[in-house]
Design a binder for this molecule. Structure first.
Ligand SMILES: Nc1nc2c(ncn2[C@@H]2O[C@H](COP(=O)(O)OP(=O)(O)O)[C@@H](O)[C@H]2O)c(=O)[nH]1
Ligand SMILES: [Mg+2]
Ligand SMILES: [Zn+2]
Length: 293
């Protein structure tokens, strides 16, 4: 079901909700009584039925069944998550990326990667090697700069007609990228240090931004606090696409691909077909899950 054919909640504002209707207008709505009982009965991203009041305000009568639901950011019916990193300032954290990709896979969302601030690095050899790793797995990778507009059109193509959320550390340029894609948006852009100083007190609301060429994007502070606590160690490998298929060939059914004999995953790591960086990060996350129990 496409969100373009149903009214969709794009933001909550002090007890009210702004709903984008299929004809492109925004209607401020309150909730029908029965929906008010539970806080997360209604989320940004929800497809809803609305009724109109005489004053021009709307009432959310019903919430349609969700295709999925994320906890942080609290948002429903997402098609894809775009992880945004930077070439520099801050430097790319590949473990962070692999953690996020695993969580995105576990949530059954499509994943894509955007590496921003290309203008800051002259010789991006090292990053280029890592980009090849992710492209080989099958993740789309877009290289961008908001200074010289490199990759902006490609990124905007990636977002077209989908409901997406950006994810990634503060300061990589998520808001700047959206401002570049959609002129007139003017999302606040800030230096890293200023953001850190504001710290926890910035409880920003999740909001879906409408792109005029089609698509909705959540400009969120990121998935940074999501944990792996709901993933079983035996299934972690299935959220690493390059390991998932080959794991069927391991000698033991419950192989964790760590120290077990005749492990098909480790064979591919040894032969270089699975990137050792990915495998090392898999092991780091595996240990993390084991220590949580
Ligand atoms: N050099 C460079 N700086 C950028 C680029 N994109 C964003 N920035 C800067 O990075 C900082 C953080 O940007 P912002 O969009 O607020 O990042 P967010 O926290 O991910 O939303 C700001 O000072 C931006 O001006 C880029 O492509 N190149
Ligand atoms: Mg931002
Ligand atoms: Zn194995």
């Amino acid at each position: 079901m496409s969100p373009m054919f149903n009214p969709i909640i794009v933001r909550g504002v002090g007890g009210f909700y702004d709903v984008l209707t299929p004809d492109g207008s925004l209607v401020r709505c309150k909730l029908r009584g029965k929906l008010r009982l539970s806080h997360d009965k209604v989320l940004v991203g929800d497809w809803v039925h609305i009724g109109m009041l005489e004053c021009g305000q709307g009432v959310i009568e019903d919430v349609l069944p969700r295709k999925n639901q994320l906890v942080r950011p609290a948002i429903a019916n997402i098609d894809q998550a775009v992880v945004v990193l930077a070439f520099s300032d801050p430097k790319p954290d590949w473990l962070f990326l692999d953690r996020l990709l695993a969580l995105i896979e576990a949530n059954k969302l499509e994943a894509a990667i955007c590496i921003n601030k290309r203008d800051l690095i002259e010789q991006p050899d090292q990053v280029q090697q890592m980009i090849a790793v992710y492209e080989r797995i099958g993740y789309p990778v877009v290289i961008t700069s908001t200074i010289d507009n490199q990759g902006i059109r490609e990124l905007s193509e990636l977002l077209k007609d989908k409901v997406s959320t950006f994810a990634g550390p503060s300061g990589v340029g998520k808001s700047s990228l959206l401002n570049q894609i959609e002129s007139g948006l003017e999302l606040p852009v800030g230096s890293i240090s200023r953001k850190l100083k504001r710290g926890r007190h910035t409880t920003r609301q999740v909001e879906l931004v409408r792109l005029s060429h089609g698509g909705l994007v959540a400009d969120t502070p990121g998935f940074s606090q999501l944990s792996l606590s709901e993933i079983a160690k035996e299934s972690l490998h299935s959220f690493f696409p390059e390991m998932k298929a080959v794991a069927l060939q391991c000698r033991f059914g419950g192989c964790l691909h760590h120290k077990e004999p005749d492990c098909a995953v480790r064979k591919l790591v040894d032969s270089g077909q699975i990137a050792s960086s990915r495998y090392q990060n898999y092991l780091t996350l595996l240990t993390e899950i084991e220590q949580m129990r």
